[in-house]
Structures are given as structure tokens and as C-alpha cells.
Design a protein. Structure first.
Length: 254
């Protein structure tokens, strides 16, 4: 009787902790996905590509060509995500007792710094939506976006557009992979979470294609909307990074 009483009393806390772990991991993954979704290099390059390609190709062919860009950008996310997954997975397996307090604090500090940077410097000053990335990279991407014709070049442009913003992407992907590795019931959920993360990051590019192809907007209209919303976008992006940093500190490091 005494043993039965102890087992029954021990079950509710275990279920409660498991639920809290799941909710915490899902919340952090949602913030990570939102951070990736609000980054603008790939959508901006895709917008330039789609605008200039639309003058040279039929609507049906343009849809096919634009798919190569989207696949290239998502392939970049997938490759980095899987490389991080296997690197961190084997690191945890080889060091099961490692104290993660300091690494989490450092990662949270990086994310908080990126949040402040996004608030202050993500967009260059002025009425345009130029991003604060090296001019050499920006000009090269724009020039390629205007000129590419072959599917292989379009695919490579998608890859390059994502790599240019790696400064903002990599810390978020490290957080996402860490949560996926430690997700309760990982044998079932890990592959699904990886696929979900990759698919969701496709949404901004699909939205650009929708604006051009289905809503029939032109480059000038899309640019006016971006200029109008860029202050809000900058604030939201910074808030997501800071929220992610605070969440890691409160729920993971403490």
C-alpha cells in the first residue's frame, strides 16, 4: 500500500514537467521560426529576381523558375540545420554531463545583441528598404537577380541570398536544433520538427510570389508597402530576438 501511494503521488509532477518541457520547447521553436521569417535578404533578392524575370518569361514559366530560387533558399536552411543537428547531437552524446549554463548565457547574449542591432541598424537610413549588409554583397546579389536565366543559376542565387544573412540566421538555428534534440519523445518528433521548421521558413518567399503572381502587384507597389512597414518590421524583429534571449535565460539557464 505504501509503495502504491508513493507511485500515485509521483505521477502528476512527472506529467506536469513533461507538459511544461513540451510547451517551453514549442514556444522557443516558434520564436526561432518567427525570427527566420522576418529576415529580409532572401525575400528582397527574390523580389528583384521575380520583377526582372517577369519581363522575359511567361507566367507559367516564371512560376517554375521562381521555384528554383525557393528550393535553393530552403536547401541552405536544410543543410545548415542538419549539419548543426548531427554536430550538436554527437556533442551531447559524448558529453552527457556537461553544464550548459554558460553556453546558453552566451547564446542568449548573442541573440540579445542581434535584437538591439535589428532595432537600430537592420535597415539603412532613408526612405528605401536597403538592408545594412556589406554593399559589395548587396550589389552582387542584385546584379545576379537581374541577370540569372538558367535554373541552376537561380538555385545558386537562392542559396547565396540565405548565406548572406548567416550572421542573423546561425544563432537562431543553433537554438532551434538544440530544442529539437532535447524535445521529449525525440525519436518521433525530431524529424517532423525539422521538416516543419524548413517548410515554415518558406512562407516569406511564397508570399512574395503570391503578391506578384496572384495579387498582380508590381515592384513599386511592394516596395511602397515595405517602406511603410519597415519601422514596425524592425521593432518586431528586434523584439523576437530579445524575447528569445530572455526565454533562454529564464527557462533554460536558470
Amino acid at each position: 500500500m505504501e509503495a502504491s501511494r508513493i507511485i500515485l503521488e509521483s505521477k502528476p509532477p512527472t506529467c506536469y514537467n513533461l507538459s511544461m518541457d513540451v510547451l517551453t520547447s514549442v514556444g522557443i521553436l516558434v520564436l526561432a521560426v518567427l525570427a527566420c521569417a522576418f529576415l529580409k535578404v532572401a525575400p528582397s533578392v527574390f523580389t528583384v529576381f521575380y520583377h526582372y524575370a517577369s519581363a522575359k518569361n511567361s507566367r507559367d514559366k516564371l512560376l517554375d523558375l521562381s521555384s528554383y530560387f525557393i528550393i535553393g533558399a530552403e536547401a541552405m536552411y536544410a543543410v545548415i540545420l542538419f549539419l548543426l543537428y548531427f554536430s550538436l547531437f554527437y556533442f551531447y552524446e559524448d558529453n552527457p554531463s556537461i553544464d550548459m549554463f554558460l553556453p546558453i548565457c552566451i547564446l542568449a547574449g548573442v541573440l540579445g545583441t542581434l535584437g538591439i542591432f535589428a532595432w537600430c541598424f537592420y535597415y539603412r537610413k532613408g526612405d528605401a528598404t536597403e538592408l545594412y549588409i556589406p554593399r559589395r554583397f548587396a550589389k552582387s546579389l542584385v546584379a545576379q537577380a537581374k541577370a540569372v536565366k538558367k535554373p541552376s543559376d537561380i538555385f545558386a542565387l537562392g542559396l547565396a541570398s540565405g548565406l548572406t544573412e548567416m550572421f542573423f540566421i546561425l544563432p537562431v538555428l543553433i537554438v532551434a536544433v538544440t530544442e529539437i534534440i532535447n524535445f521529449p519523445g525525440r525519436a518521433i518528433w525530431q524529424p517532423l520538427l525539422m521538416i516543419f521548421f524548413i517548410i515554415i521558413t518558406m512562407v516569406p518567399l511564397m508570399n512574395v510570389r503570391k503578391q506578384f503572381h496572384f495579387s498582380r502587384k508590381n515592384l513599386a507597389e511592394i516596395e511602397r508597402e515595405r517602406v511603410k512597414n519597415k519601422t514596425l518590421h524592425r521593432i518586431v524583429l528586434g523584439a523576437i530576438y530579445v524575447s528569445l534571449a530572455i526565454t533562454l535565460i529564464i527557462l533554460r539557464a536558470l
